[in-house]
Write a protein that binds this ligand. Structure first.
Ligand code: TRP
Length: 455
């Protein structure tokens, strides 16, 4: 089965070199591997935890989306979306909140750091701590578990959050899985060489320390001026320098080839002065970033094209999230009453793809599921459970999901092209009627909530 790789960036600032090296570059590289399905998103619900300035959140979303695309992300190959376009994530957040121990959250670094800062300033422990901050790791777990990601490329500081996501997932599986792994247990993936890039002052490069090197904003000039501010020791040109632990060297190395690194280190250990070392670092960064910066500027000038890409991404993401959440709702006892009455409770793998939870119309439902043979299937069932269409098995859940999406949005012609068989005693006219009703229902839903379109 293909590996799912997922990562997000909080949209509360302007992308910097640390984001690029720690998250964007490895994620783009992974998205090009075969056998990998990538999910990349703008963590804009997370942004509200750190930032209550709407203009900044909104500008940051645009900048970060443009950055991903400029850095080579191909939205046709990956699922590229905004967290806040997937309401299922907020709902899953609640299901997970209810199985998460408060004690686990007490131990989260971000919360502990806030408490420590309060202690240091002689303030009450929880001063300024919102429930958003306290529960931050649960929302992050929802991001990851929603799409059953196997791998999560992150900086080292986020590893604890991935471990918490595993804890929460195991607990949920144990409570509600009925012997089944509802959630995949995710693994953090760290690029050992450059996991945490130091900032200008040697601490982790982070917008909260105000020590970042902007990736594109400000152009070549800002890049040069910022490199000039990187803190070095006071050894003079001609004196041998210590390469280890130097922020400048690590920043240089983050975009250098192995040969360039070796030459740079050798020269510093020999004669190279810090001033010249900075000039070399600037030139190297500029060569690496300039072509991407050009694309970034073109994208920033056309926000509509970015919005379009994100809307397509949200549709792709929801084609998976909607049926999966339905399955989870059923697992915790929030499934359809009609299903329970018919004794069709939480059958293994059964999941309804109808996103309009709570409606009691007699609509047909798409179900996506995986069989014991490891393949992915879908079927369309009438409201009474009669099978109208049964698909062949697919290699990946994604392919099944894409067919469901197509049939659901295009109706009969797509159904007739899909690798499906008619249910016993069913004719195409019946399928047509069921699909027409489903499509009319979806259109109505879309009108009611333009962002909350059904798959
Ligand atoms: N917390 C991450 C950060 O600040 C961003 C993030 C949110 C994330 N949700 C995620 C990263 C899920 C990986 C997976 O860097």
């Amino acid at each position: 089965m293909s590996q799912r790789v997922l990562t997000g960036i909080t949209t509360s600032g302007t992308p910097h070199l640390g984001n690029y090296v720690g998250a964007i570059r490895p994620a783009v590289a992974a998205s090009r591997e075969s056998g990998v399905e990538s999910f990349l998103f703008l963590a804009d619900y997370h942004a509200l935890i750190k930032c209550d300035d709407p203009a900044r959140v909104s500008r940051s979303r645009l900048q970060i989306a443009a950055t991903w695309l400029a850095c080579g992300l191909d939205p046709d190959r990956v699922t590229f979306y905004r967290q806040s376009d997937i309401p299922e994530i907020a709902e899953l957040n609640w299901l997970l909140t209810c199985v998460t121990a408060k004690g686990l959250m007490n131990r989260a670094h971000a919360y502990k750091a806030a408490m420590d800062a309060n202690h240091a300033q002689g303030q009450e422990e929880d001063a300024g701590v919102t429930m958003g901050l306290f529960c931050y790791p649960v929302l992050m777990a929802a991001d990851i578990l929603m799409f059953n990601a196997h791998r999560v490329p992150v900086g080292r500081d986020q590893v604890q959050h991935i471990e918490m996501a595993r804890d929460i997932a195991s607990r949920f599986n144990h409570l509600y899985g009925n012997g089944r792994e509802l959630f995949v247990l995710p693994q953090a993936q760290i690029d050992e060489a450059v996991a945490v890039l130091p900032g200008l002052d040697g601490r982790k490069m982070s917008k909260s320390y105000d020590n970042t090197l902007p990736l594109f904003e400000g152009g070549a000039r800002a890049l040069r001026e910022t490199v000039a501010r990187i803190v070095t020791d006071s050894r003079l040109p001609g004196e041998p320098k210590t390469v280890e632990g130097s922020a400048l060297v690590m920043i240089h190395d983050s975009v250098a080839t192995p040969d360039e690194r070796a030459a740079f280190h050798a020269d510093l250990r020999g004669w190279l002065g810090w001033g010249e070392a900075k000039a070399r670092t600037t030139a190297l960064l500029e060569a690496h970033l300039a072509p991407m910066r050009q694309r970034y500027e073109n994208l920033m000038a056309r926000p509509d094209s970015i919005e379009d890409a994100l809307i397509v991404g949200a549709r792709k993401a929801r084609a998976l999230a909607t049926p999966f959440l339905e399955e989870l709702r059923q697992a915790v006892g929030l499934g359809r009453l009609s299903g329970a009455a018919a004794g069709r409770g939480a059958s293994a793998g059964g999941s309804s793809a109808d996103s309009a939870a709570g409606t009691s119309e007699r609509l047909a439902v798409f179900k996506q599921y995986r069989e014991g043979d490891g393949r992915f299937y879908f079927k369309l069932s009438a409201h009474d459970g009669r099978v109208l269409l049964q698909s062949e098995g697919f290699e990946g859940g994604r392919e099944a999901g894409q067919w469901v999406k197509r049939v659901r949005s295009e109706g009969l012609p797509a159904a007739q092209q899909a690798p499906v068989a008619l249910g016993e005693g069913v004719d195409w006219a019946t399928v047509d009627k069921a699909l027409q009703r489903l499509m009319a229902h979806d259109a109505q839903q879309a009108e009611a909530a333009p962002r909350a379109q059904a798959t």
